[in-house]
Design a protein around this ligand. Structure first.
Ligand SMILES: Cc1cc2nc3c(=O)[nH]c(=O)nc-3n(C[C@H](O)[C@H](O)[C@H](O)COP(=O)(O)O)c2cc1C
Length: 228
């Protein structure tokens, strides 16, 4: 499978078979992750392979409690649900998003991979206030780098017939989940990837066409390929 086919085939899968995935295979994917580009070659990523069902259950229970938060409900109802509905072209009820859609993939995947990032901001802060303006910039660079590493995992997995779902709902209770995983204070937990063999493959979700997202030379100029 070449990279184009892997990109075309990949989709978020939320139901997995119980078949195990070997450590050798997982490490192969993580080996691809560490080869991703990163800002200043910072390689800010670290990974925790989660196989222990008790740890998994504690994470899920923590998230179940976290989504009961009233502010979160308001945020999902007023911001996330309308945004998701617009992107997919049909009405997605806020309750569906709140009721576990976010962490649902974590339930049945045989393997979870927690993706951690060393937060650069405390170190920058220690250099003094004059560098303060670079704090957010560096943070964004690091997060972008993490995204590249995660995509390498997803594409490697699909090329080997495995399925994934990239989730970041653990961030709703990041501190609590970090405690479960013994992640130190200066390390962020940005995502948990659900990994396994696909059980149910849903129809592909729609994506915006190129003509809606590509401009030429400036943001106001439609690319001539899309002028009719
Ligand atoms: C940063 C990020 C966070 C995501 N968090 C979740 C999540 O918490 N739960 C979930 O089920 N899917 C999550 N997804 C998957 C998206 O919902 C999915 O990628 C999107 O709907 C497009 O579908 P596709 O992956 O099948 O193309 C996340 C994806 C990204 C990139």
């Amino acid at each position: 499978m070449d990279v184009f086919e892997a990109i075309e085939t990949r989709q978020s899968i939320r139901k997995f078979k119980s078949d195990d995935v070997s450590d050798k295979t997982i490490l192969q994917f993580l080996d691809m992750a560490r080869k991703a580009p990163s800002a200043e070659n910072s390689q800010p990523w670290e990974f925790i392979i989660i196989r222990d069902s008790e740890i998994r259950n504690r994470i899920i229970e923590t998230l179940e409690t976290a989504v009961k938060d009233e502010t979160l409900k308001k945020f999902v109802t007023e911001f996330l649900a309308p945004m998701v509905s617009k992107a997919v072209g049909f009405q997605v009820p806020a309750e569906a998003l709140i009721k576990g859609a976010g962490y649902y993939p974590l339930h049945n995947a045989p393997v979870l991979i927690a993706v951690c990032m060393k937060d650069p901001r405390p170190v920058i802060k220690s250099f003094g206030e004059e560098y303060d303006k670079y704090k957010d910039l560096t943070f964004i660079w690091f997060v972008l780098s993490i995204g590249a590493a995660i995509e390498n995992i997803l594409l490697s997995a699909v090329s080997k017939g495995l399925a994934t779902c990239w989730t970041s709902s653990a961030m709703f209770a990041e501190e609590k989940v970090k405690k479960i995983l013994e992640i130190p204070e200066d390390v962020r937990l940005l995502s948990i990837i659900a990994l396994g063999y696909p059980n149910r493959i849903p129809s592909k979700i729609s994506k915006k066409p190129l003509k809606e997202i590509v401009y030429l030379d400036n943001y106001l100029k439609v690319h001539p390929s899309f002028l009719r």
